[in-house]
Design a protein around this ligand. Sequence first.
Ligand SMILES: Nc1ccnc(=O)[nH]1
Length: 158
Amino acid sequence: MTEAQEQFMREAAQLALENVHSAQGGPFGAVIVRDGEVIARGMNRVTSTSDPTAHAEVVAIREAAHRLGTFDLSGCEIYTSCEPCPMCLGAIYWARLNRVYYGCTQADADAIGFSDQFIYEELARPQDQRRLEMRQLGREVSLQAFEAWTVSQSKVPY
Ligand SMILES: Nc1ccnc(=O)[nH]1
């Protein structure tokens, strides 16, 4: 770890701590860095914005993408105070961030009641053995959008 990397992680951890003190959401903070510069910050805002997806990492990704005016964050790295949950990890892949640095682990989060680990365990099970019931229906009608996309001349691929 370089001094700069440690500083970015300290900043993510500080955001997490501040968030607890200001009672704006859960104890999670994240910063997104490009070329050695912080371009976005995020704190968990789930409770204060009534948004179950407002995890620190997602908040930071939205801010970074908005600031850079692109959905493609390749060339950026995220420092997060806790190992990302599956939703955030998915968002990190979709955003094409180059690297993740994390402070606390999934197990640390689990120990204080944040059930990321449970979701990871669910994902590792076959679909029919998960707690969340999923049923397929309406494939034909849903495929119409895929067919339209395939031939679209005006789409923006990503
Ligand atoms: N890693 C995280 C877990 C839960 N909430 C967050 O904002 N971040």
